[in-house]
Design a protein around this ligand. Structure first.
Ligand SMILES: [Zn+2]
Length: 209
């Protein structure tokens, strides 16, 4: 523990208790959902988007507390290891540059960097949000898909590889992840798994082999 921690003890992102950025009690509430599938691609999560995890993600993005990425990534890394999916590298859902300026960081990128370190695979950048999209809240799945059509492009000079893990913080309807995966496919790559901290709804389960 550093002197700074003694003077300003960290508070839990989930419950606000002093002592740790993600306390053992909150960690104990995580129930990784069964691996599900989205557009034929496995979707892995550390937990459901409710309770302590929802609070921690809210703290991470909106207070904001970017350093929470280091405590939120390990449970997702464990879910990936348990599922046994093999990934060549990770990439992440981009924010529109204006949104990223407002927030000061991209929550998916921070998380992906921590995960890549934990998994020992590279992190590659390449997806760009080429069009600002209106807020998704309150839209149906079909409306979200229409809203996001053409929103992403792979703009790196290197093509995306195969079996990339695509990282985002939350999967609500899956429209964002699906649109980003389509942009990777259009550039000649493929997504091996979607990786999110939390899923907000139940998607069809799939057996991963
Ligand atoms: Zn806590």
């Amino acid at each position: 523990m550093s002197l700074l921690d003694l003077l300003f003890p960290p508070r839990c992102g989930g419950c606000g208790a002093y002592g740790a950025a993600w306390c053992a009690a909150c960690a104990g509430t995580l129930r990784p959902p069964a691996v599900s599938t989205l557009a034929g691609i496995p979707l892995l999560a550390a937990g459901r988007f409710d309770g302590r995890l929802q609070q921690a993600i809210h703290s991470y993005k909106y207070r904001p507390r970017p350093q929470l990425a280091s405590v939120l990534a390990p449970p997702l890394a464990r879910a990936i290891a348990t599922a046994g999916v093999s990934l060549s590298a990770l990439t992440f859902v981009p924010l529109h540059p204006r949104r990223q300026r407002e927030r000061g960081f991209n929550q998916a990128q921070r998380l992906a960097a921590q995960l890549a370190g934990a998994l020992g695979i590279p992190l590659v950048s390449g997806l760009t949000r080429v069009r600002a999209t209106p807020a998704q809240v309150g839209l149906s799945q079909a409306e979200r898909r229409a809203n996001l059509a053409g929103a992403f492009q792979w703009t790196a000079s290197q093509p995306p590889g195969d079996r990339l893990g695509l990282v985002d913080d939350v999967c609500t309807t899956g429209a964002t992840l699906t649109a980003a995966a389509e942009a990777v496919a259009e550039a000649g790559g493929s997504i091996g798994a979607f990786l999110v901290l939390a899923v907000a709804q139940t998607l069809p389960a799939v057996a991963v082999t």
